[in-house]
Write a protein that binds this ligand. Sequence first.
Ligand SMILES: Cc1ncc(COP(=O)(O)O)c(C=O)c1O
Length: 392
Amino acid sequence: MSKSDKVVLAAPDLAELRTHKSEKWRTFPADVLPLPVAEMDFPVAEPILNTLRAMVDKSDLGYLGPIPEMGIAFSGFAQRRWGWKPDPLQVRIAADVGVGVVEVLRVTTKPGDKILINSPVYPNFYTWCAETHLVEVDSPLAHSESEVNGSHWVFNWDEIEKSYASGIKVHLISNPHNPLGRMYSVEELSRLADLAIKHNVLIISDEIHAPLTFAESTFHPFLTISENARKVGITITAASKGWNIAGLKCAIILTENEHLHTMLNAIAPATHYRASLLGGFATVAAFEKGEPWLETLMLQLDINRNLIKELIETYAPRIGYHIPHCSYLAWLDLTPFQLGEDPAAALVEKAKVAFVPGHRFGKQSSQFVRLNFATSPEILEEAFKRLSPVLR
Ligand SMILES: Cc1ncc(COP(=O)(O)O)c(C=O)c1O
């Protein structure tokens, strides 16, 4: 039996995937196997497709107007999933999480203000800071191996407190964390919230990966953590990662505090209708009716995250890998291979497999690459067969 036999949610074969028009399948030449950008190769959930088909059939393709369904749908999903019932009336819409973060930053900071991030982190955290002319301050997550937690990435609390005290305006966190697949604990999030109150810092929690939490882990929405968290926190999230509809363009911004809610009233009204009508109603369908599909997806991603471990043991045992607790991204440590400044570029050339280069996530990550395992086991096995001669 091949390592790639276990399938509960099938992805199309490579020939069909190569006809897709999305970024993942258009960025590299046909002889390169693409495992970079965070799109999944699985067919979209039926309730979402039905919503889209019905709207297309009726030529209902205008601007996004009022959509009270959104707050209700997200609130219901959050309650079933995480025991959290956010106020539907404090849910706002933006075209995507990036636009949501940028628009929130525009109305809560001024150019030259300082923003804290924790590398390694999703590369657009850097571009959003640049777009809003903020001065980015990095407090890298430190890697530690502990007997209790295994491999673990932790905040440097001294550094965080010092930077909060030095006039940081906003702390942008990826909760759960891309690329580490790490969940933050209640203790960590409540410590951040308490420090933020003390030093008058706003915390923006990017929770786009939260629906993709594996069964053994618990996701803690920032706004459920404490009264302090609700006073300092703004959450931005979407169905786009969990249900693979990023091209439809819709995300949500949430507050649970009247003062912050009022502050965000300064966001330009056009932000709402720059999201798409299809995206808005596809997102409602995902939150309302997308959980059965999500459960099946998580079973496949669980198979795949364990398959990566087996494939590494078989084909390239010196790769460093820790099984993520969330999402479909594997953070691979290629330090032993001395592949130069940009290992990802070397692997495209020598193995014809594409990853996201580690240096995009932070200065200290140049010897890492990020692999996207939301694809078929066959494609994953093919990737490791190609990598094997280079990464032995
Ligand atoms: C942490 C994080 N935030 C935001 C995004 C992108 O979201 P959007 O396409 O809605 O801007 C991603 C995409 O992978 C991500 O990983």
